[in-house]
Ligand binder design. Sequence first.
Ligand code: NI
Length: 258
Amino acid sequence: MPARFIDTHAHLGDDAFANDADAVIAKALEAGVEKIIHPDVDSTERDAGLALCKKYPGIMYHMIGLYPGSVTKDWKKEMELAEAAIGPDTVALGEIGLDYHWSTEFAAEQKEAFKYQLALAARLDLPVNIHLRDATDDFFAILEECRHLPLRGNVHAFSGSYETFARLQKYGPWKVGIGGVVTYKNAKVASAVKDIPLESIVLETDSPYLPPVPHRGQRNDPTMIPIVAAKIAEIKGIDIEEVAQTTTAAAKELFTRL
Ligand code: NI
């Protein structure tokens, strides 16, 4: 049996795939990627992603959410549009979270929007797909504040240390999304992956961003998932088949609607 993978985070509705999304999905299936989850950003990219999910049932799945980088003063209007798009086939709320990398102008609004979406996820019994950049302390403060909510989810494009992973486990069996960054020279996350249990890892590409070595500078796509899996297998000293089976089971455990 060939290895079967799930790409838990690929922006195939992005303009980067406007001309060849069908071909990319066909090649991903050939590469053993059986399911792909489309993360939502805001209303500007939503329709393209949802159209692909509708076209490929059983292969493409969608999340809905308001991305922290898209949060402004008027975030509630965007949030209304996002909520209207949630349906029985929505597999998660995402990507949601905090991003202070480019600007902290709307940090207060980002925190409000994030807390609002965590409460919504709890109410809908959906997992959350977290985008976190340069805001670790505020993220954990919000998790602490939301301790009473039945939350489950994963931190996508996890680039933290084992200590950050361990801190996350205080709030339940949170998982981490591991992608191309694990192949980068001197990546901190490579040493964390050695110690993070395989059951807590889901695979992702974050296509079209963050391609693995030796494809840096190129467009990333879900066919590169086996490169990430091979790197995790190498770091842990196990077979790639075990990485495929365990991470696919972990993705299905978290995203129960897959
Ligand atoms: Ni993303």
